[in-house]
Ligand binder design. Structure first.
Ligand SMILES: *[C@@H]1O[C@H](CO)[C@@H](O)[C@H](O)[C@H]1NC(C)=O
Ligand SMILES: *[C@@H]1O[C@H](CO)[C@@H](O)[C@H](O)[C@H]1NC(C)=O
Ligand SMILES: *[C@@H]1O[C@H](CO)[C@@H](O)[C@H](O)[C@H]1NC(C)=O
Length: 464
């Protein structure tokens, strides 16, 4: 019997793999438009695809392919299905997951996009895909002086890498300025102002790849946080305390030669064009007790604007950051608990806070978020729209009896699109709220008894 089930499941598995394989082959891309935005150091690519099922069976999903050099720097892939025409267009988010294919040519990496409903034979669907690449602009020259502008290389393919035949496609690449030193020309290709256009190209076979290199000026701040640890402490006594530890680096061309502060301050437009000294953090509305300090102490060069929907903290490190330089600092603030802590319908409590990094247009190589729950919290579980590493720790602070549960969320390669709400659910018995006052009372009582005893002993000594 067991053997029969075994054979049967092998048979099913074979069937499934055949159908998955055939669906991968039986799609074609009728039309593709790709817009790659190179204006900051975070590369954003928008793909509009019209996909047709040219097979005999319904297709439930499609594959997006990426060359190995991009797969390792891919921070996010999102897809939307477009339904309706012109003005009545609606966008529905689709499930997108990294996946592997057994016979991937040239180490191609894949993401699987699941359609809302299977695409019938002869049917088409329009999709919008956004993908974001980090660390994909390579400074060249690798070292520049204070007076030089920063030039970088961007490598890609003039045609979209795809496991499907692409009937027609065009790619537009936007550069931050009109200074483009060179770009590979694949006919038809042309450049006008800040835009380079590749295509239209007709009928490219699956896995077509035509490497191109673009060499251009990019002086946008290459703000890379090598490591960010955000601690979010929930106190049932009314506030959420957030403490953020940053190690920030300028990820652009390395600075060479001496740094002249005089040049930097007097000729700001030409001197240190690629450096940055002002940072902007977007903090929650109703933020209070904001501080900004480093290992030396408090830094006063910061301005806070609180608003109805968000607050903005503008601040400056002690020195401007040039390529390869780094700065470590801490930002701390409080927000009212009632804005972020709620009760779910099942009686559990939950924190609803923003993931990611508050600094604008910043890449975080390694992000750790520690949610410190109140003492006595149980069964924590985190809900996020993408995968992160999770673990539990215990933190002890003064007056804690059993310690506090800390939910640790860790993710690499984080970009601003990861700044979305996440939740941490937990159960909590209000009786534990009495634990701290109880400890305080007991402490006072102990001190009282001790001093009484002391006085008593003292008196005894006096009597003798
Ligand atoms: C793999 O890469 C080689 C060299 O870059 C290229 O000639 C070949 O066509 C590629 N194969 C496929 C299936 O893309
Ligand atoms: C730094 O600023 C914080 C908050 O404003 C304040 O509580 C603290 O005393 C300051 N520390 C020093 C060393 O000035
Ligand atoms: C979390 O907060 C966001 C707005 O900040 C809201 O849109 C979302 O519905 C909230 N999620 C839950 C589960 O409460």
């Amino acid at each position: 019997m067991a053997a029969r089930i075994g054979i049967f499941s092998v048979f099913v598995a074979v069937l499934l793999s055949i159908s998955a394989f055939s669906s991968a082959q039986d799609l074609q891309i009728v039309n593709a438009e790709r817009r790659i935005d190179l204006s900051s150091h975070i590369v954003k690519a928008f793909l509009t695809l019209k996909v047709e099922n040219i097979g005999k069976d319904p297709a439930a999903e499609m594959l997006l392919a990426f060359p190995p050099t991009q797969i390792k720097n891919l921070a996010m892939v999102q897809a939307l299905a477009i339904t309706g025409k012109k003005k009545k267009k609606t966008y529905l988010p689709l499930d997108v997951k990294p996946t592997e294919q057994p016979d991937a040519p040239n180490d191609t990496g894949y993401y699987r996009v699941t359609f809302i409903s299977p695409l019938g034979p002869g049917e088409t669907v329009s999709l919008e895909v956004l993908y974001i690449l980090t660390h994909s602009l390579e400074p060249f020259p690798v070292e520049i002086t204070q007076s030089e502008s920063q030039l970088v290389y961007y490598h890609d393919s003039a045609v979209i890498l795809s496991p499907y035949h692409v009937k027609q496609q065009t790619t537009f690449i936007k550069t931050p300025s009109t200074r483009v030193e060179s770009f590979t020309s694949i006919e038809p290709a042309n450049r006008a102002g800040k835009e380079i256009k590749y295509g239209p190209y007709e009928n490219r076979a699956s896995y077509s790849y035509t490497p191109v290199i673009i060499h251009f000026e990019n002086n946008s701040p290459f703000a890379v946080v090598e490591e960010l640890v955000r601690e979010i402490e929930i106190s049932h006594w009314g506030s959420l305390q957030i403490t953020e530890n940053y190690r920030l680096t300028h990820g652009g061309a390395r600075h060479k030669g001496v740094f002249s502060r005089v040049d930097y301050q007097s000729k700001r437009s030409v001197s240190g064009a690629s450096s940055f000294n002002a940072l902007l953090a977007v903090l929650p509305p109703r933020v209070n007790s904001v501080y900004y300090r480093d290992e030396i102490g408090n830094i006063s060069t910061s301005h806070l604007r609180t608003g109805f929907r968000k607050s903005e903290l503008e601040f400056e490190p002690r020195y401007p950051l040039f390529g390869g330089w780094s700065a470590t600092f801490i930002i701390g603030y409080r927000v009212p608990l009632e804005d972020y802590l709620f009760e779910a319908s099942d009686g559990r409590r939950y924190l609803n806070f923003t993931f990611g990094c508050p600094l604008v247009e910043t890449i975080v190589n390694k992000l750790t978020i520690k949610v410190v729950l109140p003492e006595g919290s149980k069964d924590p579980s985190a809900v996020l729209p993408f995968t992160v590493n999770q673990e539990l720790q215990v933190k002890y602070s003064y007056l804690d009896i059993v310690g506090r549960t800390v939910v640790v969320l860790q993710k690499d390669n984080v970009v601003p699109t990861h700044n979305v709400p996440f939740q941490v659910y937990y159960t909590f018995k209000p009786i534990y709220m009495l634990a701290e006052p109880f400890m305080l009372v007991s402490a006072f009582f102990l001190v009282f008894v001790a001093s009484l005893a002391y006085v008593h002993i003292d008196l005894n000594i006096v009597r003798k």
